[in-house]
Design a protein around this ligand. Structure first.
Ligand code: GLN
Length: 208
């Protein structure tokens, strides 16, 4: 009997508020089951978790209310792969400049973010980003009232910057963060799944 058959990868998507469905669809496109996570019991048997975009204040409050804040922080301490996109990145950040007082956060990645950085005209915009870890083809990044990353710790790898130098994608070991929405990225009329693939590679490397 072949006992080495690889187990299927299961990625949780925090499904309390925001655009979690788009991530579940993007995962399906790369052949991975996305599991909606609403309660601590949904964390069982996952290989990684995506924190979607939405409103970090609402997601944070619900995360606390449903008893997910502490179990997620514990998973991060254990080296579990997490990817925060937009509001999800704010939840991961160790510091935010203008978090609401008492806003529940996971506060795990050594970065300082500023919420709603891109004022008025640039609140929402799209741009082609150079992301060397994804290859030469630029990644079409959709920003929707996103944060910027103002400072990173020495252990944090910068994956992408805007033309003006603003940091918008980072990795710290098993933690990945993007200020934009890769689940909405298209290339030539198709979904560009390269960021989801990149996260899956992190998941595989941790899973061994
Ligand atoms: N502006 C939102 C926040 O501060 C993030 C927006 C998004 O996730 N698209 O939480």
């Amino acid at each position: 009997m072949d006992t080495d058959t690889p187990k299927k990868i299961r990625i949780g998507v925090l499904a309390l508020q925001g655009d979690f469905e788009a991530h579940i669809k993007a995962l399906a496109d790369v052949g991975v089951e996305g599991i909606a996570v609403r309660l601590p019991k949904h964390l069982a048997d996952l290989n990684g978790i995506i924190l979607p975009g939405g409103e970090s204040t609402a997601i944070g409050k619900l995360m606390k209310l449903y008893g997910l804040q502490e179990p997620l922080q514990q998973k991060i301490r254990e080296g579990f792969p997490l990817w925060g996109t937009c509001a999800g990145l704010i939840l991961l950040a160790s510091e935010t400049d203008n978090a609401l007082a008492g806003q529940p956060l996971l506060a795990s990645m050594h970065i300082r973010v500023r919420r709603n950085t891109f004022g008025s005209q640039r609140e929402s915009f799209e741009t082609d980003l150079s992301v060397p870890v994804l290859g030469e083809t630029p990644f079409h990044a959709v920003f929707i009232r996103g944060p910027s990353i103002e400072e990173v710790g020495p252990q944090v790898e910068v994956l992408a910057r805007l033309d003006d130098g603003t940091i918008v994608a980072v990795r710290e070991g098993h933690l990945l963060g993007t200020a934009f929405h890769p689940e909405l990225a298209q290339v030539a009329g198709h979904r560009d799944a390269r960021f989801h693939d990149y996260f899956l590679r992190i998941v595989q490397s941790v899973k061994g």
